[in-house]
Design a protein around this ligand. Structure first.
Ligand code: NAP
Ligand code: F7E
Length: 339
């Protein structure tokens, strides 16, 4: 039986891969997009279907996480069987600059959705994009039973949303799950996240379009997986008999320095010739070491990662090398601010 899904954050990295996955499974997909003065749908342009033609299964709707009444109106009209809530101010460094905005979107945005679902009595399943950032300084490996120690306004907002998701599950019986996803990357990753910034710079330096790459803390360790595989785990969580929370991760750990070496070597470069330190990319609080234990996801969902960090680095650099030379300058030069 074909299903209808609503994806918030459909224009983001994960939203675009999830839309592809659901369309391939025969779903009708509705996406929430923000009105912007320029097009912000680049990641899903290849999925666009003319809404005037018969058989269209992708529909986009303007809306914002700040606007609870709009969210409620859309949910009532769309009547989705599954809601994947991926929209957020998702940048940790930016959350220190905009803590109130991050709390309102990344935290309260989840409550606005859950409360609309509850008050409408909508019998839908709900996915909350929770994050390994919530573990903060908790020593690795981190699993579903690890105590959270958030270290940023972003992590604190995500933790609030995590608990609201659990609360609506326990208080109102809503099928609401938390996917606690560790870092996952791809050629569609935003350009100011460190993996894309490094991969992009390696390709630009190899092409002679950029000389230097400025970075902050190279010692932080992350568990970096491949985004298209992680959206499969999101879907699996909503197909279970009962709602639960799951860690999704590779179980391996690499430092930013490791990722730098992997990318630059793949591009035939010596990173030491090109990388400079810039304190603007440091955070007031750092999360030192994230390594996920995804045993529960493997046991219950049958989910297991295929692409590990070294292959991920090659995929990302190859995609940048294959891309036509962009008209814009490198990430560091776009604007004069962190991150
Ligand atoms: P992303 O690329 O930054 O995408 C974020 C999406 O949210 C974009 O579509 C963005 O729209 C939308 N958005 C932001 N503020 C909004 C608002 N006020 N109203 C409506 N839409 C808004 O993030 P991602 O990497 O795909 O991650 C997806 C989700 O998973 C996020 O919630 C993120 O925090 C979480 N997460 C990510 C990771 C990871 O490693 N990628 C790990 C754990 C959790 P625009 O395109 O208009 O900006
Ligand atoms: O930083 C260090 C930085 O911004 C990774 C989001 O998707 O994953 C992401 O958050 C590490 C940090 O990702 C630069 O200090 C060094 O230790 O790529 P990032 P993140 O903060 O881990 C989690 C799971 C999410 O949920 C978030 O939404 O890299 N780093 N130099 C740098 N980071 C950036 N961005 N830029 C630098 O120049």
């Amino acid at each position: 039986m074909p299903k209808t899904a609503l994806i918030t954050g459909i224009t983001g990295q994960d939203g675009s891969y999830l839309a592809e996955l659901l369309l391939a499974k025969g779903y009708t997909v509705h996406g929430l997009i923000r009105r912007a003065s320029a097009f912000n749908t680049q990641r899903i342009d290849h999925l666009y279907q003319d809404p005037h033609e018969a058989g269209t299964r992708l529909f986009l709707h303007y809306g914002d996480l700040a606007d609870g009444s709009r969210i409620s109106t859309l949910l009532k009209r769309i009547q989705p069987a599954e809601v994947y809530h991926l929209a957020a101010q998702s940048h940790v460094r930016v959350s220190f600059d905009e803590p109130e905005f991050t709390g309102s979107t990344t935290g309260l945005g989840t409550t606005r959705l859950l409360e609309a679902i509850r008050s409408l009595g909508l019998p839908c399943r709900f996915y909350q994009a929770s994050s390994s950032e919530m573990f903060g300084t908790a020593p690795p490996p981190q699993s579903e039973s690890t105590a959270f120690q958030p270290r940023s306004p972003y992590a604190a907002a995500k933790l609030y949303a995590y608990w609201m998701t659990r609360n609506y599950r326990e208080a109102y019986g809503i099928f609401a799950v938390n996917g606690i996803l560790f870092n996952h990357e791809s050629p569609r990753r935003g350009e100011t996240f460190v993996t894309r910034k490094i991969a992009r710079a390696a390709a630009r330096i190899a092409r002679g379009e950029q000389q230097l790459l400025h970075l902050g803390n190279l010692e932080a360790r992350r568990d970096w997986g491949y985004a298209p595989e992680y959206v499969e785990a999101m879907w699996l969580m909503l197909q279970q008999d009962a709602p639960d929370d799951y860690v999704v991760a590779t179980g391996t750990s690499y430092s930013v320095h490791d990722f730098l070496v992997l990318c630059f070597e793949h591009a035939g470069l010596d990173w030491q010739d090109h990388v400079r330190f810039d304190e603007r990319y440091l955070r007031p609080c750092e999360v030192p070491d994230l390594v996920g234990d995804a045993a529960k996801a493997e046991r219950r969902l049958g989910w297991r990662p295929q692409v590990l960090t070294p292959q991920l680095a090659r995929i990302m650099v190859d995609a940048e090398l294959a891309a036509a030379a962009p008209e814009r300058p490198g990430s560091d030069a776009v604007v004069g601010v962190a991150p």
